[in-house]
Design a binder for this molecule. Structure first.
Ligand SMILES: O=C(O)C(=O)C[C@H](O)[C@H](O)CO
Length: 382
């Protein structure tokens, strides 16, 4: 079998889909994107795909190494997101070729379903208690929310109090047996992150996420010493080599590699297995589309330390389209009491509605994240 062609589709709300075609008629789908830089990743995919035309799609490990190592320069959000989507599409082809779900080809599943959480509250969090209660009523056992809007290095304690009030409201609305993930989103700098983490401990959150930007590992150490709340991060890390110091440091309890950013199925399976050796859990990052989510679930199926999965249904970014819009077998993402079955169709297990993808790629998107500034005009971390 040979790869003979590929096509890219930039579709709303902010995604990029890749279709790889083989001479045997089998096609594979991937989702190579980094949010806000879809066109840049598209160019990287086009460059990388030149090396794969006429190659056997089944040699995934070799193709991964070719894409990663042979360009001399490596890593980072753009190249790794391009590799990720290509890798997903190759696994989709392989699964379809052997008429097996991807997880079977990776050793088989160690679970039949995966716990998922639901996003609430939006970019500048609001109405969170009602939304959390709603999620509970819909069977979810966990939610995630942004902790706060922008915060200066040293900011007012009023803003801290508002976060505390919000989380207190959620806890009293949903009771103790419900996971609350609180995403600091890298918006909080070290001095206020320590304060906030300490204040939130009383509400027993499921985790705090990116309490500071993941490159400030020494600040993560400091925060881990001020709180027992599990610390999660990893959506802005792109390979085993990025995760290595994080795991060695011992300050992080949960890693969140993104299957569309950190080298795809091939690399994320390895990253999560590395974490297992440090007794660190995994909650793969996925505020993206259906192909990325299906890829996550295939890997989750085979990783003992994967304990919860992010999914983007109803997330504040999915305004014009959502994850169910682009697949015909919508039942694969049916959430039953906060769990989703591992998709067991061939390949990634999602059937792409190609007609819809083509139609929406004409609409396209030019999504970029908002730019936030502090009162003094300086750029705020978003
Ligand atoms: O899902 C998460 O945890 C995120 O932090 C999502 C990000 O806000 C988003 O994808 C950035 O564009």
């Amino acid at each position: 079998m040979k790869i003979i062609d590929y096509e890219l589709f930039q579709v709303p709300p902010r995604w990029l889909f890749l279709k790889i075609t083989t001479d045997e008629g089998i096609v594979g789908w991937g989702e190579p994107v980094i949010e806000g830089k879809a066109s840049t990743v598209k160019a990287a995919v086009e460059e990388l795909m030149q090396q794969l035309i006429n190659k056997n799609p089944l040699n995934i490990e070799d193709h991964w190494n070719l894409m990663y190592r042979s360009g001399f320069y490596r890593g980072g959000p753009i190249l790794m997101s391009a590799i990720s989507g290509i890798d997903q599409a190759l696994w989709d082809i392989k699964g379809k070729y052997y008429n097996a779900p991807v997880y079977e080809l990776m050793g088989g599943a160690c679970r039949h379903s995966m716990k998922v959480y639901s996003w609430i509250g939006g970019d500048r969090p609001q109405d969170t208690s009602e939304a959390a209660k709603n999620a509970l009523d819909n069977g979810f056992e966990a939610i995630k929310m942004n902790a706060t809007e922008e915060l200066q290095y040293i900011d007012s304690y009023d803003k801290i109090d508002s976060v505390v009030e919000r989380v207190a409201g959620i806890r009293s609305a949903v009771g103790n047996n419900f996971g609350i993930g609180i995403d600091f989103h890298g918006r909080v700098h070290r001095p206020m992150a320590k304060v906030l983490a300490k204040e939130l401990e009383q509400f027993k959150p499921m985790f705090i996420e990116e309490p500071v930007l993941s490159e400030n590992l020494e600040a993560v150490r400091e925060i881990s010493q001020t709180t027992t709340i599990p610390i999660a991060l990893g959506e802005r890390l792109f390979s085993r080599w990025d995760f290595k110091p994080v795991l060695e440091s011992g300050y992080v309890d949960i890693i969140q590699p993104d299957l569309s950013h950190a080298g795809g199925i091939t690399e994320c399976k390895k990253i999560i297995s590395m974490a297992e050796a440090y007794d660190v859990g995994a909650a793969p990052h996925c505020p993206l589309g259906p192909i990325a989510l299906a890829s996550c679930l295939q890997v989750d199926a085979t990783c003992h330390n994967a304990f919860i999965q992010e999914q983007s249904l109803g997330i504040h970014y999915n305004k014009e389209s959502d994850i169910l819009d682009y697949i015909t077998n919508k039942e694969v993402f049916e959430f039953d009491n906060g769990y989703v079955k591992i998709p067991n169709g061939p390949g990634l297990g999602v059937e792409i509605d190609e007609e819809k993808v083509r139609e929406m790629s004409v609409v396209g998107h030019d999504w970029h994240n908002p730019i936030w500034r502090h009162k003094d005009g300086s750029i705020a971390e978003w």
